[in-house]
Design a protein around this ligand. Sequence first.
Ligand code: PMV
Length: 360
Amino acid sequence: MTDAVTADSALPLRPGRATAVAPANIAFIKYWGATDLARAVPVNPSISMTLSECVSRTTVEFDPAAAGDDEVWIGRAGETGDWRDPGASFSRRVRTHLAELRRRLGVEVGSGRFQVVTENSFPAAAGMASSASGFSALAVAVAAALGASPSSTELSALARCSGSGSAARSVMGGYVEWPAPGEADHDSSDPRAVQLFPADHWRLSDVIAVVETGPKEVSSLEGHTRAPSSPYFEHRLGELHRRLEAVRRGLVERDFQRLGQAVEEEAIDLHLIAMSSRPPVYYWVPATLAVLAAVRALRADGIAAWSTMDAGANVHVITTPEHETAVAEALAAVDGVHTVIRDRVGAGPTVEVEAAEVAG
Ligand code: PMV
C-alpha cells in the first residue's frame, strides 16, 4: 500500500520503506566557507532557488531486526538488478549521514539496518548540487521510513547533518534562505533554512549548460576549507550585505535586472575566491567562459538572462519562461556544451511511504 504525502504531513502508515524525490537547488548567494565544516555551519547566509527537474530519487528501507552495515546502492531506485556499488567514499558519506540521522531521530546506535538505493536525474558531483538533492532526499526518506514527521525546518537540519550545507535549502520549495549564525535574528549555532517565497511567487527558469559531466577534481568540502586563504574572501564578505539585500529585494519586487546582476556578480566572486585560494581551485573549463560570453551577448540582444555557477564548470542561466527557449537554443550552439537542461523553480521534495508488513 502506498500513499503520497508531503514532507510536512504526518505520516499515515507504519514505518518501513519510503521513497523521497528531492530537488537540487541553485544558489543565488553562495554558501562558501564554514565556521564548522563537519556540521556545515556557514560563514555567511545563502539564498537559492529550488529546482524541479534535477532531482535525486532515494528509497530507504529500515529493518529493525537486521544486523550488519547499512547497505548503499546507486542506480535505478526500486529496480533490482540495475543497482551498483557506488564506491567507498560515497558509501562512507551516506553511512555517516545515516549514523547522524539515527542519533537525531532516536534510533539506538548500531541497531537495525538501512538499505538505501539512490539515483540522480542529472550528472552527479559536477557542481550541480547533487549533494544537496541527494542528502535532502536521504533525510526525507529516512524520516519517513522511521515513521517520523519532522517539519521542513527540522528537515533542513537533518539534511545537512553530515556536512553538505546546501542540502539544508533543498528540503523546501521556491526561494529559500539559509541564515548564518550571528546575524540579527539568527543566533543559533545550528541555523535552519526558511522559505522566502513559494515557487508560484515568481516562475523563473534555470537553463543549465552542461559542459562537464564527470566528477570535479576538488570537492566543495575542500573548496570551503581553502576559501579563507584567498585574499578576496574577506572582501566578498564586505560586499555581501548589499548583495543579499539586492537578491531579497529583487525577489520581493520580482525585479529581474536587480536580481540577475547580484546573482552573476556573486558567482564570479565565488570563482575568484576559488582560483585565488592557496592552493587554488579551478572549476572552470574553456566552455564555461564561452557560455558566459554567450549570456552577455543574449543580454545585449534584449534577452533577460544571467549566469551563475556552483562549485563546478557548468553554467546555470537564470531567465524568464518567455526567454527560456531562446536561451536554451543559444546555449546549445556554444562549442563545448554537451547538453542543455531546461529546469525551473520547483515545489520541493515529495515522499511516498510503504507500510512494513505487520507481524502477527
Ligand atoms: O553544500 P556543499 O558543501 O556542497 O557546498 C555548496 C557550495 C556551492 O554549491 C558552491 C554554493 C551553494 O550555496 O550551493
